[in-house]
Design a binder for this molecule. Structure first.
Ligand SMILES: [Zn+2]
Length: 199
């Protein structure tokens, strides 16, 4: 059953400014049209409509290739969320980690953004823990561990690209609203990049 309009309105009214802005920055495309109207009305009551509108619009329309590249360059210019260095353009990788426990083998993929040496280290750590803990599950431990080692190895090749690699561009394309919301504030951008390490 759909949540009634009154209940939804009350729900938005109770949320903090920060939480409302987060919904505007991250969830707008998934909201029903009537929910989006209510969200905008509540933001307007609080004087946040203008700020929120930009991030909502950024998500609702398809970002152009030029915009994705510009956001990619913006992220590349930030200090590394792991080591703090701004000496080299950041990029992204996907770490593949396999963990086996008797008959259970789990595979975890994680997209992370950092400077090239830190990306290498993250791929290397994922390989090391997969090699130690991944292989002994049955029957998938050995084949999945080999896959994880090869996948990490392959990902490291794009860690040192001077331009935004495919993984970084994929992150940008999926997070236009969040990047638009954070772009004016270095601390927010740093928090956005740092969050990839915890996901
Ligand atoms: Zn680094």
């Amino acid at each position: 059953m759909a949540v009634s309009e009154a209940a939804l309105k009350e729900n938005y009214r109770r949320l903090s400014d920060e939480k409302l802005m987060r919904i505007a920055a991250e969830d707008a495309p998934r909201l029903r049209p009537e929910a989006l109207v209510l969200l905008k009305a509540e933001l307007s009551t609080r004087g946040l409509a203008e700020t929120a509108e930009k991030t909502i619009q950024a998500q609702l329309r398809q970002a152009t290739e030029a915009e994705v590249l510009a956001y990619g360059a913006l992220l590349q210019a930030q200090p590394c969320p792991v080591c703090g260095s701004a000496a080299r353009p950041l990029n992204a990788t996907v770490t593949h980690r396999v963990l086996s426990f008797v008959v259970m083998t789990t595979w975890k993929k994680q997209l992370v953004i950092a400077c090239p040496p830190c990306l290498d280290q993250l791929n290397h750590d994922a390989m090391k823990s997969s090699a130690l803990l991944g292989w002994w599950g049955f029957p998938w431990g050995v084949p999945r561990t080999i896959d994880a080692l090869l996948s990490n190895q392959k990902m490291t090749r794009a860690n040192h690209a001077p331009y935004p690699n495919e993984t970084l561009l994929a992150f940008v394309a999926g997070n236009v609203g969040r990047i638009e919301a954070a772009r004016a504030n270095a601390r927010d951008l740093h928090a956005l990049l740092k969050a990839t390490l915890r996901s």
